[in-house]
Structures are given as C-alpha cells and as structure tokens.
Design a protein. Structure first.
Lengths: 243, 307
C-alpha cells in the first residue's frame, strides 16, 4: 500500500523531556490509520508537528514527497491537510456555515462566493449536521459542534485528515454517525489518521495502528496485533501502574 | 445656530470615520492600537500639503492621504505584528509618541507646533465647496462611503477570516489562514481609512496643528469604539455620535467653562469602566438587552393585556 504521509525519526523534546523519540510512521493512502497510547504518549504533539504548530527538533515529515517540516501551519493546511482538535476549537461567534466557509475561503478561493456557500452546505450535510447553518457555533450541543468541526476539517483535508479523538464525548448514536462518516470518507479515497484513547473506536475504524508510549512507537500492525502486543497490553489492560 | 449644527455634523462624520476604522482592527481583528490619531493626522497633513502646494481637488487629496495612511500603517504593522499580540499596544504607543514628535518638530513639512494655515476649501468636480452646509454634506457622504465600505469588508471573506483569527488563532491557521498577512492587511486598511477623516478635518478647519493628533485623541477614538460596542457596525457610529455630541449637550447646561473639561473626562472614564464591567458590548449590547427585555415583558406580566 502506498504511503501518503511518511514520518521518519521524528523527535521533539520540551525542556529536556522527550515527547517524541525517533518516531517512524507511514500513513497508507486511502485508509484509516490510528495512533493509540496513554496520556502523555506524544499523540497530540505528533499531530501538532504534522500540521506545523510544533516544530520538531529532528526528523522528516513528507506528504506525497513534499517536506512539511519548517512550513507554517497555514501552508500545510493549503496543501490539503485538514485537522480537528480534541477541544474542537470552533469559532464560537461565527455561524455554523461561516465556520466551514472560513476554510473554504482559502482552499476554494478561486471559486465564486455562491459556489463556496453551496459547497459549505454540502459539507455540513455530508457531516450530518442537522442544526441550521445560521446558528452560532457556540449554541450547538457538543456532539453537533464536533460534526461541524469535522465538516470544517473536510473543507481543507483533501489529501489527509487528522482526527484528534473523534470519538470522545459522543454518545452511542453519535458514535455510530461518526463511524459511518469516517468509513464513507475512507471508501471514497480519503487518507485518515486518527488518535484515540477509546480502543473501541480504533477497533471499529482503523486498519493500521501504531502504539505510542512516552514518545516511542512501541508496536505497530493491525488493531488485533497491536492490542495483543505485550507493550500495549501492559499499558492498556492492567499492567503495572506507571510511577 | 445652523452653522453650529453643520460644524457638529462635520465633527460627527470625522468621529464616525475614525471610530469605525479603528473598530476594524480593535473589534474585528482583536488588535489594540493606541495610535489611531497618528493616521488621522497623516491624512490631515497630506491633504493640507496637497491643497497648499498642488491642488485643492478633494479626490486628489483623498488619494494621496489614503496612500500615506496605508504606508504609515504598514510601517507600524510589519515590525509590530511579528511580536506577540500584547506588544502591539506598546509598539503603537511608541509609534504615537514618535509621530507626535515628528508632527511638532518637522518644521519644513508640518509647520511645527504652529501647524499649517490657510488651507483652501476643497474642490469637487471643479466646484469649490466653501459653505458650512456644503462641507457638512460632503463629510456625511464621505463618512457614509467609509462606513459602507467597512461594512462590506467585514462581511467579505477577509472580514470572516479576521473574526475567525480573533476568536481562535490556531483554528484559523489550521484552516489555511496566515495571521501575519491578515492582521497587516487589517491595520493598513484601517489606517488608510482613518486618514479620510484627516482630509475632511484639514479642509474643514483650514488649519492643522499637532494638538489634534495626540495620544488624547487616540484614546478618545478608542473610547468611542468601546462605548458604542467593539466588533459591531453600529457600535462605533453610536459611540462616535455620543462622544462628539455629549460636550455640546453639556454646553447647554449652565456649568462654568473651567469645569466642563474635567466633567467630560470623568464622565467618559466612568462610562467606559461601567460598560467594561457590566456590558462589554457597549451601547449596542445595552440596546440588545433592552430589546430582549421588551420581548419578554408581555409574557412576564400576566395581569397586563398586550392588546
């Protein structure tokens, strides 16, 4: 399988504390991959490095052969890297429609205003947002906000989508909606990388999994292989508590 | 009396231009600048110099002033927006102090403390606008154009991007927006539009000197924006009208002249503090609150008929 995103020996330390330690990762095109690991494993730092918010100390990140390290976040977004955030980061005083338009204004800037509006509505529909597009984002329930943030990420993530804990805070029906959305996106050829605490979500969605602990990629393979690995088992299923 | 009202209309128009243009950076882009009077001054000096040495054409003066305002805005924005946001306030304060000194000391161009005098009335399409009434009409038209332009801008994708950036910079970057470019653009547009106020001021008073463009004036414009409601289109206009007309209202009361200044300053200070604490959205926020109360009132008093 072709790798869309390649990360090689990526390292980052904060104040002498290694958060990412020579991480290698190949994200297959047109598939769902997942990074799992306990709190502080470096999952979010990995996402922040890919999307340009945290400059790594060493290592490469290439998207279809293009080096991303050193590029500012907006350039990386323009290359087609869309991401969501664990705490959503919607624009609270913009409407639902405007939240998506903010991204389309850049990625589809050559399109007419009217065309972008149509696209934004289509993306919201695609993400299953039922709230009126004219509602302020802050007036929505958490689950609805989450789907708006997915629609916004879709607006720029035509090469790869980075989903930060897509399952957190969702009730079972909303989780099912999210699964269906992610699966359909992968089916139509989107590359998706997600980080998750919830192993059920990973089991449902991911084809490839990397287990990250204290900045190091300790196991990789299919979900079943990784869950069965001693490293992950130790961390997730009742190993010794961490000091 | 008519001349008095007409001159009040000119002053209101200038204040509306200054407050609305400042609101683009302060309210929409979230950049605190205390140097807005500098760009008001640059517009006034540019128009005066053009009118004294080249032509009294309003269109030409406007073009030169707006270009000068934009250039000076770039001078402030390019270095200042690269540092952390909070430092922009300090940088703009420094810019204000430097500019005031330049206005006072650059004798050959600004006329120093004495300023520039004898600025001829403007010409529009070859016609000389000499009367107060003509000046008032012209000012209101220009203010209308600036406000309409700003309204369109705020609703455009640039306005949307600025608001997004102000509400969540990280998310705006992840959506493909470059914060430095956007903020620089906002500051340049804002400064360029502020200079339009300066053009009107120079032609209206036929005399400019550094006193009108000090830190006090910058603070006064900021008070207008905060009082009216930052980040709204109606707010700066309301604030501008209030701050301009309030002294005129006071002058109808029999207050000895020496108390007028202190009373005004006390009142502004008090109003701003009270609004900041209880209604950060200013007069626009108060109006919204009243509307909501009125909408609730019939339901809230079951005994009363609404018919």
């Amino acid at each position: 399988m072709k790798a869309q995103l390649e990360i090689s020996s990526l390292s980052k330390a904060f104040g002498g504390n290694a958060v990412l330690d020579r991480v290698d990762l190949e994200v297959a095109a047109c598939a769902v991959s997942a990074v799992i690991g306990p709190n502080g494993a470096g999952k979010t730092t990995l996402f922040n490095a890919i999307s340009g918010f945290v400059p790594p100390d060493r290592g490469q990140i290439t998207l279809e052969g293009v080096e991303l390290v050193g590029m500012p976040p907006h350039r990386i977004a323009e290359l087609g890297v869309g991401r969501t955030f664990q705490n959503l980061r919607l624009f609270p005083r913009l409407t639902v429609l405007e939240n998506v338009l903010v991204a389309l204004d850049r990625t589809e800037r050559r399109q007419s205003r009217r065309r972008r509006q149509v696209q934004a509505r289509a993306l919201l529909e695609r993400a299953g947002v039922s709230a009126s597009p004219d509602t302020f984002a802050s007036d929505l329930s958490f689950a609805e906000q989450k789907f708006v943030s997915l629609a916004r990420a879709l607006a720029c993530g035509h090469r790869i989508l980075l989903l930060d804990e897509p399952g957190s805070g969702l009730d079972p029906p909303s989780l099912e909606r999210m699964y269906a959305l992610v699966r359909s996106l992968a089916a139509e050829g989107r590359t998706i990388l997600l980080i998750e605490h919830n192993l059920d979500v990973v089991r449902e969605l991911a084809e490839r999994v990397v287990f990250l602990d204290r900045g190091r990629a300790l196991a990789r393979g299919t979900p079943a292989q990784v869950f069965a690995s001693p490293e992950a088992a130790n961390s997730y299923f009742g190993g010794e508590p961490e000091p | 009396m008519t001349a008095y009202l007409e001159s009040l209309a000119v002053l209101c128009a200038i204040a509306a231009i200054l407050a609305s243009s400042l609101d683009l950076v302060l309210g929409f882009a979230g950049i605190f600048s205390v140097a807005h009077a500098v760009f008001f001054g640059i517009g006034a000096y540019a128009a005066s110099l053009v009118a004294l040495h080249l032509t009294a054409s309003l269109a030409f003066a406007l073009a030169v002033a707006m270009a000068a305002g934009a250039g000076a805005g770039l001078l402030l924005a390019v270095p200042a927006l690269r540092v952390r946001e909070e430092y922009f306030v300090v940088a703009s304060l420094g810019f204000q102090v430097v500019a005031t000194t330049v206005f006072e000391q650059w004798q050959a161009v600004t006329g120093g403390i004495g300023g520039l005098t004898g600025i001829p009335p403007p010409t529009v399409a070859g016609l000389k606008v000499e009367s107060y009434a003509g000046m008032a009409a012209l000012s209101v038209l220009l203010a209308g154009a600036v406000l309409a332009g700003l309204r369109a801008l705020v609703r455009s994708r640039l306005g949307r991007a600025l608001q997004a950036l102000n509400q969540d910079e990280v998310a705006a970057q992840a959506a493909g927006h470059n914060p430095v470019t956007l903020r620089t653009l906002a500051v340049v547009v804002s400064c360029s539009l502020a200079s339009v106020g300066g053009v009107i001021y120079a032609f209206f008073s036929s005399f400019v000197n550094p006193e009108s463009f000090t830190l006090d004036e910058s603070v006064r414009v900021m008070v207008m924006v905060i009082m009216g409601g930052a980040g709204t289109t109606a707010g700066p206009l309301l604030g501008a009208l209030f701050v301009t007309l309030f002294p005129a209202l006071l002058s109808f009361l029999t207050i000895p002249d020496q108390f007028l200044g202190p009373i005004q300053r006390l009142a502004y200070g008090l109003i701003v503090v009270v609004l900041m604490v209880y209604e950060p959205d200013g007069m626009v926020g108060l109006a919204r609150r009243l509307r909501r109360l009125r909408a609730l009132a019939p339901a809230g008093k079951p005994g009363e008929s609404t018919a």
